[in-house]
Design a protein around this ligand. Structure first.
Ligand code: LMR
Length: 394
């Protein structure tokens, strides 16, 4: 059976985890996979999540099935987190999904059921797993230009020009905040312009919001999604708790549908749940239950928000410190964009060969497209790191 199989190529981001772990150098630097780390390099369980887990353990007296949509309290809380307290719950439905990737796939499966040949437009560049997930569901892929590597800015005019060529009913995937891999984000006026365009052209927005709270704050990071929701007749959303609740391995996400009316929302939800049944049946409960406990309890929620804010502000400080070190070491403003980007990532604009040299010669790990995880920047060795980066430039 298996003799004709060729090995699948390793995932470029996840492969870095193994390479980094196997590197014996004590001063190695991990800027690879998108996992938040504190000053000591550790990824802790957040305080409120740990407390919620304790309560869960004490209160849970059964592990019987919950159903295809998972924890309904979690789903409602996640909708409010994304769409805001004023979310029109009559038109919105949500299903718990196994992580952000699971939510993306679930939405993609729903889209595949809406027409024979749906097309989804992805930003170029985008998170490397977007394309495989969309393809696995049978969607056609188109790309819109997004990032100008030279300036580190969004190519907004080019993006709009490309999307103007999209056909009625095409799907446009948008990073809700903290664009992965570039860190370059749309501002409010640009979100408004995108909203006008998708309404005018009859496109379906598909917002991937995997880093809410890591950019400008929990509410501010949902601004684009909410501008869209206020105007469009229909949209879909994939959200993730991996980063903002640090429940990476527990696989906690949500797939959401905003439909024209409650009736259509129910039908779309039934299709999404039937897709879930065929893929994995029901989502894992533990992480979502802990997140629900946090979001429904005022004190735990306040503590979660405070810790999340500490993480966000730390990443902002690291951005500034790193940009300053790069300025000192390169005697140029080439990397100044790092300070103005938001979220967990920035793309430095190095070649694959330069990234490889950094790994081999300096023990500095980043994704091959020179994406860095800002949370991994070593606070007390910024100039050393900047010097290593400058040394591979020529
Ligand atoms: C990342 O972009 O590094 C994270 O989302 C982890 C992943 O699954 O790729």
């Amino acid at each position: 059976m298996f003799e004709d199989l060729k090995p699948a190529p390793a995932d470029k981001i996840l492969a870095l985890i193994g390479l980094y772990r196997a590197d014996p150098r004590p001063d190695k630097v991990d800027l690879g996979v998108g996992v938040y780390k504190g000053r000591d390099g550790k990824t802790v369980v957040m305080r409120a999540v740990r407390e919620a887990e304790k309560r869960l353990l004490q209160a849970q007296d059964t592990k019987t099935y919950l159903g295809l949509a998972g924890d309904t309290g979690f789903n409602t809380a996640m909708v409010k987190l994304a769409f805001g307290l004023g979310a029109d719950m009559t038109r919105i439905r949500a299903a718990q999904a196994p992580g952000g990737s699971g939510a993306l796939r679930l939405v993609a499966e729903l889209l595949k059921r809406t027409r024979s040949d749906p097309t989804v437009w992805l930003s170029d560049p985008t998170w490397p797993n977007h394309m495989p997930v969309m393809r696995a569901a049978g969607l056609q892929i188109r790309e819109y230009p997004y990032f100008d590597a030279a300036s580190g800015a969004v190519r907004f005019d080019d993006m709009l020009a490309a999307l103007r060529t999209a056909s009625d009913g095409d799907v446009v995937m948008l990073h809700g905040c903290c664009h992965n891999p570039t860190g370059a984000n749309l501002d409010a006026a640009q979100w408004q312009a995108v909203t006008d365009l998708v309404v005018e052209r009859g496109l379906l927005p598909f917002v991937d919001i995997a880093y809410q709270g890591f950019g400008d704050g929990l509410e501010a990071d949902a601004l684009g999604l909410r501008l869209l929701a206020a105007k469009v007749p229909e949209m879909v959303v994939a959200s993730s708790c991996s980063k903002n609740f640090a429940v990476y391995r527990d696989r906690v996400g949500a797939a959401m549908i905003l439909a024209k009316d409650g009736g259509q929302a129910d039908v779309a939800m039934s299709q999404m749940l039937s897709a879930a049944r065929a893929m994995y049946s029901m989502p894992p409960d533990h992480g979502a239950a802990a997140v629900r406990i946090v979001l429904e309890d005022d004190a735990l929620r306040a503590d979660w928000e405070a810790e999340l804010e500490e993480m966000r502000l730390r990443m902002l400080r690291l951005r500034v410190q790193f940009a300053e070190a790069l300025r000192r070491q390169s005697n140029s403003d080439r990397f100044d964009f790092v300070a103005s980007h938001r979220g967990m990532f920035s793309r430095l604009g190095l070649t694959e060969a330069q990234v490889e040299r950094l790994r081999v010669e300096h023990g500095v790990y980043m994704v091959g497209d020179s994406r860095i995880n800002v949370a991994g920047l070593p606070e007390d060795r910024m100039d050393e790191l900047a010097k290593a980066i400058v040394s591979v430039l020529d």
